[in-house]
Design a protein around this ligand. Structure first.
Ligand code: LRH
Ligand code: MN
Length: 427
């Protein structure tokens, strides 16, 4: 299914009057604070977020999986679904592939289809946390950290193969997340595991094209429940510094122990120019991979507050981070879930863009704690949704994507085209 411009116009005709009034009011309100609403809208139009190729179907847990129907059964259909998201929101202009779940059989054809949909290829993802049926050696006891050099070699070669798939598609980065770890004290020698991991990453880094980046994703636990080799930002930061200036730390919001101050981690990584990118999602307990902003929207805003400040004061030349979603959909329609995640990320960004930076800086200089909070929460409590709607409208998208998605009966169309039993590869 492809969305045509008449579909967009048909829906916007319903919502335009109310939107124009809301945008005029918001523009005046921000002008009183000498904030140029149009400038924020332009920044929002440039802000594109990568959709994970592994999150376009109904995910599952070990307790079960409930199909959505009309799920994409191959990479071409996944690209079409991201094309639908991008047509509606004009903010999903990138895909992040996971190999081998989404091997591009015909890279040229996939690249052609993506460019027709105005989609680029963001970070590639390797997978040494599952054994593939034709695999010689198992990753049960690790991959890049494995005690057996042949297993490490197999995992290094897989990552280099993933880079070559990415080169064929025009991607410029690879994310390495390792499940490697242990579930019982005494199972692993921490030092040897970390040293093996560093030397394996150095072999991969040596094959990284000059204009590529390598993102090292950390996670405290799961699938193992006593130790994880790359457990926290400090370990990822250590490895990225050992590797060189093309290596960075990737922050998955769900990969933190309770009440971790993630916005401070973001500030610290940018302080040394080592923030590579994000896997946006939300969580209440573990790595729940829930809709972004559905549980802790204020934390997401505080993270963007550090990002906007860090990019406006980029002394360490931190590159523009990779903006990617990493979520799993067990209850909602995957496309509606992703639309809501895109909205939450862009709301937090817009709120961070309207913070009175000079006022906050002065309050901090004077240790005026109350005013500091007042300034931060004033932006968070400002309804910036008309700015996001205006950005979509100016970019040829719809004013309200979820309502348009329902109005255009997209899921029903997909079920008619693909049936109700297709299962998308991924989590
Ligand atoms: C690990 C992770 C990683 C992916 C996987 C799909 O929890 O966040 O980013 O490879 O999810
Ligand atoms: Mn992730």
């Amino acid at each position: 299914m492809r969305i045509q411009s008449f579909h967009i116009d048909q829906y916007n005709a319903i919502a335009i009057k109310v939107h124009e009034n809301n945008y005029r009011i918001t523009k005046e309100l921000l002008a009183q604070k000498s904030i140029d609403a149009d400038a924020v809208v332009e920044k929002l139009r440039q802000f594109q977020i990568a959709i994970p190729s592994w999150a376009l179907g109904a995910g599952g847990t070990r307790f079960g999986r409930f199909s959505t129907g009309g799920e994409p059964g191959n990479l071409e259909q996944k690209l079409d679904d991201i094309g639908l998201l991008h047509a509606l929101t004009r903010s999903a202009g990138a895909i992040s592939l996971h190999i081998p779940w989404d091997i591009p059989r015909d890279a040229q054809a996939i690249k052609q289809q993506a460019s027709e949909l105005d989609i680029v290829f963001d970070a590639m993802n390797s997978n040494t946390f599952q054994d593939q049926k034709d695999q010689a050696l198992s990753y049960k006891f690790g991959s890049l950290s494995h005690i057996n050099a042949d297993v490490r070699k197999q995992a290094v070669e897989h990552n280099i193969e993933v880079i070559s798939y990415g080169q064929a598609l025009g991607s410029k980065s690879i994310t390495v997340w390792l499940a490697d770890g242990s579930s019982f004290p005494g199972q692993l020698n921490f030092r040897r595991a970390l040293d093996n991991t560093l030397r394996s990453l150095q072999e991969i880094y040596a094959q990284l094209p000059a204009d590529w980046q390598l993102f090292i994703e950390y996670k405290p636990y799961e699938p193992y429940f006593y130790s994880t080799v790359i457990q926290d930002w400090g370990t990822s930061f250590l490895l990225a510094n050992e590797l060189g200036n093309k290596a960075y730390t990737l922050v998955d919001l769900g990969h933190h122990l309770h009440n971790t101050n993630i916005e401070q981690i973001v500030s610290t990584l940018m302080y040394r120019g080592k923030l590579g990118g994000f896997h946006f999602n939300d969580s209440k307990y573990g790595d729940d991979d829930l809709t972004v902003g559905s549980i802790k929207p204020y934390q997401l805003y505080l993270i963007f507050n550090e990002l906007v400040y860090g990019l406006e004061n980029n002394t360490a030349q931190n590159p523009s981070p990779a903006w990617m979603i990493d979520a799993s959909h067990n209850l909602k329609d995957p496309l509606e879930d992703l639309i809501q995640s895109l909205e939450a990320i862009r709301l937090a960004y817009a709120q961070a863009l309207i913070v009175d930076r000079q006022g906050l800086w002065d309050a901090q200089l004077n240790n005026d704690v109350s005013v500091g909070q007042e300034i931060l929460q004033d932006a968070f409590r400002t309804d910036v949704r008309p700015l996001l709607q205006e950005a979509r409208l100016r970019s040829g998208g719809v004013i309200e994507p979820i309502k348009a998605y329902r109005y255009l009966n997209i899921r029903q169309q997909l079920i008619k085209e693909r049936g109700s039993v297709t299962v998308a590869t991924g989590l």
